[in-house]
Ligand binder design. Sequence first.
Ligand code: HEC
Ligand code: HEC
Ligand code: HEC
Ligand code: HEC
Length: 395
Amino acid sequence: MKKHIMLNILLWTILFPLTSSGYDGTGRTLNLLYTGNLDGELEPCGCSPKTDFGGLARLSGYISEKRNTLSPYLLIDAGNFSADDNPQGRLKTDALLKAFSIMKYDSVSLQKKEASFSDNLVSALVEKYKIPYVSNRHHSKLSITKNRNKFDVHISAYPGDHEKNQLNILLTDLPLSECKEMQGWDVIINSSGEILDEPFSLKNTIIVTGYPKGEKLGILTLTIDNKGKITGFRHRWQLLGNDIKEDQKVRQVLNDYDSQVAGLLKETERPLKETTYLGVAKCAKCHQSFIDTWEKTGHAKALLSLEKTGKSSDPECLICHTVGFGEDGGFYSVATTPDLANVQCEVCHGTGKDHLMDFYKPMTPVTESVCKRCHTKDKSPDFSYKDYLEKIKHW
Ligand code: HEC
Ligand code: HEC
Ligand code: HEC
Ligand code: HEC
């Protein structure tokens, strides 16, 4: 019996020299705090407590508060942190990198998303904010070496670029299937958007993935011997919930971003198209009883929710919290189209213009798919058509 157990343990140590639990080797430790595939996410929208995780102010707050227990650490982003190349996405990417510089990221990696900007905006910004970066698209900065806890750590974005006698970390968005075939890397931090709940360890390589949109911070604790070889590791996710105190410096960056976004909605650029939406005040003339019921629902206060968080001029929020934002004759801004604020009648019933010509011509039928335009999994995880319909009943 005893022999059997001994044999088992022996087999396990031969087959799995790196184990994530119960490792009893010696050596010093180094924490890799990593993000990847943030996809321009500055902070969660707050639409539902169930999806209220992540955000750069919390990330920075967490690291500052736990600095002593986390040290020595390297803070790394594996790439695809940028938003899209449009006016709002550019402001977002700028704010994100400003926040990275406040947090003193040790390295970021420029991947597909970063390279998609027409004018190399992202490399210009990382240089402006003096953030160390690697990229396999800019040959001058393929890799960097950081010294932490007396270890030389070689960080690169190019799969063929590992060094001898250093700890080698690859930051890449190549598919996990390809990463699993690579050799020479101690750690691969992946930003392809694929998710590994636990690290994948194979031969001498540990593979982890950034958590999409930064809902969680990855913490990989390496135990390293005197020769710089990894002898064990532990891994955990730090969930970034609203219990974490925000870093005020990063909060300021996010608030500045909100003001800049508000400036994007220039009154002079409002499309002065024919009005197709009438607004609830017009419906009230003939349907007062329905309006009384509607006013008691959250739909009637949807813009207030944005005002409370300083987001009442953010197109990315207005699209679901007003009537017809982005459409001809839809909501544009509180100043120009106050009548179309909030989630009104016409969001569900269709524009009222034709209705006034002929009251008996049926309006757009309201079905579940109408609700799901806004009540998505991410924004409204508790949505159930039956229960939610009951709550807005006005008929
Ligand atoms: C895809 C549509 C959609 C977008 C985009 C959206 N929201 Fe929402 N939001 C909703 C829905 C639907 C709810 C109600 C969720 C529920 O109760 O199930 C909601 C609820 C909220 C609430 C909670 C209101 C309360 O007090 O209960 C806040 C705050 C909020 N949103 C803010 C924002 C902000 C800020 C943005 C932009 C960053 C945003 N939303 C973008 C659909 C959206
Ligand atoms: C244009 C986007 C949009 C559409 C379409 C939409 N909603 Fe909403 N809904 C919202 C937003 C935004 C909120 C959050 C309002 C707030 O800020 O509190 C919300 C909140 C709610 C709430 C919770 C608020 C309350 O009063 O308790 C219910 C229930 C709801 N919606 C039901 C529905 C149903 C049912 C449909 C389809 C028939 C629907 N919604 C269609 C955007 C929408
Ligand atoms: C979130 C979606 C939604 C909003 C907002 C909404 N309704 Fe409705 N409305 C419905 C649904 C669902 C029904 C019932 C199904 C149907 O008859 O199409 C309905 C039914 C009605 C009916 C028909 C009643 C009957 O007896 O057939 C009227 C009239 C009406 N709504 C008016 C309004 C007015 C006025 C507003 C704005 C104050 C409004 N609705 C806002 C979804 C909505
Ligand atoms: C001048 C009066 C008047 C105005 C303004 C008006 N309606 Fe109506 N509406 C009617 C009449 C009349 C009917 C048909 C009789 C009935 O069912 O009450 C009707 C029926 C409806 C119905 C149920 C029939 C269907 O096809 O689904 C909905 C929904 C509705 N109106 C929504 C609206 C909305 C939304 C607005 C504002 C954009 C609006 N109405 C503005 C008079 C009006």
